[in-house]
Design a protein around this ligand. Sequence first.
Ligand SMILES: [Cu+2]
Length: 272
Amino acid sequence: MKIVIAIVVVAALGAVAGAIWVGAGSFERTVVADPYDSGIHHDADRKRAQALGWNVVVDESSLRAGREAALTVKLTGKDGAPIDDAQVLFRVSRAGTSRFDCSSPATPSGGGWYGAVLPLTEPGFWDLDVVVRRGGESLTLGRWIHVAGEVGEGVHCDAGLRACAAEAGGVRVVLELSPRPPAPLKEIDAAVQLTRGGEPVAGAEVAVELSMPGMFMGDDRIPLRAAGAGRYAGKGALLRCASGRRDWVAEVVIRLAGGGETRARFPFLAAE
Ligand SMILES: [Cu+2]
């Protein structure tokens, strides 16, 4: 009797798995075949961009759903040299609806980076058109982008598990640590996004200080380097606590270009 039930269960699971697979497959086809009006144009532009050596890379690591989502791309030319003198426009939309259509001119921030703040209000896949104008050329480069869920906020956000945001001196600070959670004696990647009123904060000096509340763990400081569009990133390492404690605080220390220092504290739990 038990064997019969097991066979039925396996068969049922098989049917479910099949349904999911078929569903995912047909979704993929629909999207790829979707003949949205500029599709043919895109293909010609893609070839022209290849001939020119132009390339657009979207920085998805800091992309979070929200009314003021910071979207940044890097534009490069032949041999990967950054292009800073282009006019760039972002156009975003979602498949099958015009409800989310929006466009915005992007602002250059050096090193080939261009950024704009757009309402990417829902997590998931979006279509991005990057319209690049430069020296008589005007090309539209299409990209699929994945927008992650909203950043957590407040004292209960564990920065070891997700991106967390805090306000510090009028600046919105988003911290991301990886791996998740950070492990002692292993390399740790820290990335910080700074915005003020939705605008990226450039030219700041940023570092992440790792400490344990009420316990001196030595100076553990990760200096971050500017990565364009208000983003700062760097690598460091987490120490191991001899007492076995795992509760750390990552404190983002920001020295603003106009002077003045501000700090934001992000508690997190390290891996065992
Ligand atoms: Cu300790």
